[in-house]
Write a protein that binds this ligand. Structure first.
Ligand code: PEP
Ligand code: MN
Length: 355
């Protein structure tokens, strides 16, 4: 099935179990989803790329007709993950409507190329999850490989990036990467996958809302009739009823500004633009002073970086910023960036040949 990605009905919802476990399980979930809040696609993992062996690796091809029939019983197209050419062949034969490439596979260009080759001549929507590592090029590359094989209906799924022992996320969102993808490829809609970012039921709603506020085209959520008994990803799956509640509570904001709001927001934007200009001009003056210091250090054979001095600056500046209500974390990032640029200017002065 080839979705017209320019006309996706927003929010485009994909829901279903992490893994297809039995004919009855996927059928029950399909029925309950249809009753509560029908998604545009029913998802179900058939082959599960588990990080370690001896965990449930999916029921395999035997589950394909279970998924396809469950979808047919509620008139919702179905989607599954493929990780190699054989999966593609079997999923196509069984009548799966949409395929997605999982995060571990996107990270491997050889595997993506094999899948792309297996899809030559097929008219189908392919969804590509971000690679597990925060590398925009791998994600872009996967789309390009599929496009070279003739696939034109592509969707990106943002499921977060691997991280070691994070207190909040199973996979950190790194929002800057999907935003950069949007800049590069505004033609490819992005779907948020809060289930794999959060890794637990808590936090799904705010991740889903944030995705929509970043103007994502939709969401993929893992839904199971008995989540705590799920054979994979039990902590992050929710019931069809909880899914319905989550979707109903989402606020759908408009990308476009209403006429009557226009003038007040334009005015605010102008004020922001003026402040940005002031910031740039101040930064330019700051760099000029840094260069003067660079010249002094050069004349007196002093190193550019003075650790103690920098530590003192950070401490006093951050406490000033804090008293203005600015977040310490944010100001630290800004100061570090300014410091780095200032060092670059000083280095240039130090290395300048005398004429
Ligand atoms: C999944 O969707 O169940 C899955 C395995 O996802 P990911 O590739 O994002 O880990
Ligand atoms: Mn999963």
């Amino acid at each position: 099935m080839e979705l017209d990605i320019k006309q996706l009905k927003k929010p485009f919802l994909i829901a279903g179990p992490c893994s297809v476990e039995s004919e009855e399980q996927v059928f029950t979930i399909a029925q309950e989803l249809k009753r509560e809040c029908a998604p545009a696609l029913l998802r179900g993992g058939i082959w599960k790329p588990r990080t370690r062996p001896n965990s449930f690796e999916g029921v395999g091809a035997i589950g394909l007709p279970w998924l396809v029939n469950a979808g047919k019983s509620v008139n919702i197209p179905v989607a599954t993950e493929v990780a190699n050419a054989k999966h593609v062949e079997e999923a196509l034969k069984a009548g799966v409507n949409v395929l997605w490439i999982g995060a571990r596979t996107t990270a491997n260009p050889f595997a993506v190329q094999d899948i792309a080759d297996a899809l030559k001549g097929v008219k189908m929507t392919i969804m590509v999850k971000n690679p597990i590592n925060p590398d925009l090029m791998l994600w872009l590359g996967a789309f390009e490989r599929l496009e070279n094989a003739g696939i034109t209906s592509l969707i990106a799924i943002h499921r977060g990036f691997s991280v070691y022992n994070h207190p909040q996320y199973r996979n950190v969102p790194n929002w800057a990467i999907p935003i950069a993808l949007k800049e590069e490829r505004s033609d490819i809609p992005i779907i948020g996958d809060p289930s794999h970012i959060s890794g637990k039921r808590e936090g799904l709603f705010s991740l889903a809302q944030k995705a929509l506020d970043l103007n994502y085209a939709g969401l993929m959520l893992e839904v199971h009739n008995t989540p705590e008994k799920a054979w994979s990803d039990a902590q992050q799956q929710i019931t069809p009823a909880a899914y319905k509640e989550l979707i109903q509570n989402l606020i759908l904001r408009s990308e476009f500004i209403q006429q009557k709001e226009e003038s007040s927001i334009q005015n605010a934007r102008k004020r922001i633009a003026a402040i940005d200009d002031q910031l740039f001009s101040l930064l330019k003056d700051r760099m000029k002073i840094a260069e003067e210091i660079g010249a002094y250090k050069k004349d007196h054979q002093i190193t550019i970086l003075q650790t103690e001095q920098w530590k003192n600056i950070l401490e006093t500046r951050l406490s000033n910023a804090k008293s203005l209500g600015l977040s310490e974390e944010f100001m630290k990032e800004i100061l570090d960036a300014i410091h780095e640029e200032s060092i670059r200017h000083q280095t240039e002065v130090m290395n300048r040949k005398e004429s």
